[in-house]
Design a protein around this ligand. Structure first.
Ligand SMILES: *[C@@H]1O[C@H](CO)[C@@H](O)[C@H](O)[C@H]1NC(C)=O
Ligand SMILES: *[C@@H]1O[C@H](CO)[C@@H](O)[C@H](O)[C@H]1NC(C)=O
Ligand SMILES: *[C@@H]1O[C@H](CO)[C@@H](O)[C@H](O)[C@H]1NC(C)=O
Ligand SMILES: *[C@@H]1O[C@H](CO)[C@@H](O)[C@H](O)[C@H]1NC(C)=O
Ligand SMILES: *[C@@H]1O[C@H](CO)[C@@H](O)[C@H](O)[C@H]1NC(C)=O
Length: 391
């Protein structure tokens, strides 16, 4: 009886028709919970920020723990699908590749230690500025720079974030911040957002209110996920609707710097080509690539995914979230692709609840513009390969 319920729940969560068998999985992941990146937090508010034990941008012990839960879940899921054996996988069946930053390397290790304990799985790491994971601009023409600035400006102009700015200004007590006192820029709603120089080998950036807001909200989110007591998370000022209001600022910021098609395609091209090689030329059963939100967001735009909403999350690229490419084979010998975003909800992150086949992370089917899916989320593998060959 219990087995029956477990199977039923698994089917509900992952919904796979019976005649399909999983052949391969390729995962593009964001690292897990880290300390805030910015060293300028103290300038944007007179209120005291909580103390972090880790260096700026380092994975935290909670991040290690949460990623372990994901690793444990993935191995159980893939064993349940018959893709991986119980115990250690064969050497050639698993390939792991992480960006060289501390937070990506440590996240990959945390995943592997729980997914394949005592199995000696190698984690491959590239150079310090590995082109595959560096969200940098490549095109060095004036025409490109002009098109990019125009499209970024267009996105900037389309944003309507006044109520979000107003809320954050109050929470930060922005008018009393050092940045207001020294720069005399004291109004998030009316201060200018400036698109910085578009240059080869650099990330696109904007400076001004949107950037400042993103910095603050990123810190709030990490405080929340890392388990700080609620009075220490944004000084106890947030509830669900306020989280939602503030998250629009982060989404707006990401839209400006990563969601213009011409820009995203240029930035993500090395990653797309790397993954194309994996999809077309390799046959590893389980591949894990560990990078950043910048990788996921530019990849999604560059590959022309349809817009998506992730239930129970406020972000388009949640912390520790994974885009999971699955290759399936049916009994007629036809191959299919299914892509799902697999991620922990905000609550799962905060609580750190154990993930299992009965209590899985969130699964959300994603669709490529050029590979339409059926009701169950599958598109023909052939169509997918054809679109990859255009890159
Ligand atoms: C672990 O893997 C590495 C690289 O494949 C190998 O050199 C080493 O001998 C292995 N260690 C054990 C204990 O199997
Ligand atoms: C650089 O951008 C321009 C303008 O969009 C485009 O015509 C050109 O093909 C791009 N070059 C490369 C190498 O992608
Ligand atoms: C946002 O607020 C500013 C200043 O209060 C105002 O000038 C602007 O028109 C508002 N924008 C929108 C879209 O309402
Ligand atoms: C969130 O907090 C604000 C300010 O205290 C309040 O006005 C609002 O009703 C709250 N919303 C929810 C859903 O609790
Ligand atoms: C990118 O922009 C499109 C509209 O052009 C929007 O529908 C989509 O949600 C945006 N993507 C992200 C990740 O925010």
């Amino acid at each position: 009886m219990l087995t029956f319920f477990v199977i039923l729940l698994v089917l509900l969560a992952q919904a796979v028709p019976e005649n399909l068998k999983l052949q391969r999985v390729v995962v593009l992941s964001r690292h897990n919970v880290r300390s805030p990146l910015s060293e300028h937090l103290a300038e944007i508010t007179p209120r005291p920020w909580p103390h972090w034990d880790e260096k700026s941008g380092y994975l935290t012990p909670k991040g290690v723990y949460l990623e372990g839960l994901m690793g444990d879940f993935f191995s159980k899921w893939l064993q349940n699908e018959g893709l991986l054996p119980q115990g250690c996988p064969e050497k050639d069946d698993v390939f792991v590749y992480a960006n060289s930053k501390q937070r990506t390397k440590v996240t990959a290790r945390a995943f592997i230690l729980k997914a394949f304990p005592e199995c000696n799985v190698t984690i491959h790491v590239g150079d310090k500025s590995d082109p595959v994971f560096s969200p940098f601009i490549h095109n060095n023409t004036d025409a490109f720079r002009k098109e990019v600035v125009d499209s970024m400006q267009q996105i900037l102009d389309s944003l309507n974030l006044n109520s979000s700015y107003e809320l954050l200004e109050n929470i930060l007590d922005y008018k009393d911040s050092d940045i207001c006192k020294t720069n005399h820029k004291c109004d998030l709603e009316t201060d200018m957002n400036k698109i910085n120089e578009i240059a080869v080998g650099k990330k696109p950036t904007v400076s001004g209110p949107l950037k400042i807001c993103n910095t603050a909200i990123d810190a709030f989110k990490m405080e929340y996920y890392n388990g700080f007591s609620l009075p220490d998370v944004a000084w106890g000022e947030l509830n669900n609707s306020r989280w939602e209001t503030l998250s629009k600022l982060m989404e707006g910021y990401h839209n400006v710097i990563f969601n213009s098609t011409i820009l995203a395609k240029d930035i993500a091209l090395p990653l797309i080509k790397y993954m194309k090689d994996i999809f077309i030329n390799k046959n590893t059963k389980f591949t894990l690539l560990m990078g950043h939100d910048a990788n996921i967001l530019t990849f999604v735009t560059g590959m022309r995914f349809k817009p998506y909403i992730l239930p129970n999350q406020y972000e388009k690229a949640p912390i520790g979230g994974k885009i999971v490419f699955q290759k399936w084979l049916n009994t007629n010998g036809e191959y299919f692709l299914r892509i799902q975003y697999v991620y922990a909800s905000t609550n799962q992150l905060r609580v750190g609840s154990k993930l299992s086949l009965v209590k899985p992370p969130q699964f959300k089917v994603l669709e490529l513009e050029d590979c339409p899916v059926n009701n169950e989320g599958f598109c023909p593998w052939e169509t997918f390969e054809k679109l990859l060959r255009d890159f």
